[in-house]
Design a protein around this ligand. Sequence first.
Ligand code: CTP
Ligand code: MG
Length: 227
Amino acid sequence: MYLLIPAAGSGRRMGSHRNKLLLQVRSRPIIAWTLLAAQASDQISWIGIISQPHDWQDFKEIIADLQLTKPVELIKGGSTRQESVYNGLLSLPANAEQVLIHDGARCLATPDLLNRCAEAICHCLGLIAAVPVKDTIKVVDGNGIIQSTPERSQLWAAQTPQGFDVKLLKECHSEGIAQGWEVTDDAALFEKCGYQVQIVQGEETNLKVTTPQDLAIAEFILKTRFE
Ligand code: CTP
Ligand code: MG
């Protein structure tokens, strides 16, 4: 299975002066933990890291240090995640029929989750890992007034990996560019084009390291996992 790792962000919400994926958690850069999970997943056979060229030297050193045995390619990132993923799709080997897309910032996803998504995408056209939300979610207008309260039992929090048929996802991205759609994940493009996206049970610990607090939580989870 081909795996694309979007890793070309700037980490604005982390308040860091460099790509947050290069920050250390439990004595390794965040991206190293994501790569170790990909290495440990027996379903993943190829890894494309979508990243900004100014980070490539750091990424090359991390890859060399981890002694990964799977082929790893560096692909140029774009100015949005959507653009980065599109670049990744265009850089996949020609024979890639399905792809998993997994954010570099979700460094706590387990090899088991990657395996389950890789297996499931061979039986459907689109999927995402997700977990049921625990909070009651409110829809709020610009004045801070609640407009509605969606039924919680129908709400799931989207994670990555997200898996797709490559040809269809490329078409959805092209349509997104033509229509000017701005989305925060690939499933949203797939949905907007009218295709079904299947849920795969995600992991409560599969958080996206976004803020300094997340970094502290990730540190704690890795500590309990590897002690
Ligand atoms: N990403 C990307 N290309 C971009 C923006 C984001 O590949 N132009 C990647 C990030 O590196 C991350 C994932 O998409 O692995 C999810 O994005 P997010 O958590 O928002 O990371 P950043 O964009 O770096 O953070 P922020 O939004 O706080 O700046
Ligand atoms: Mg972002």
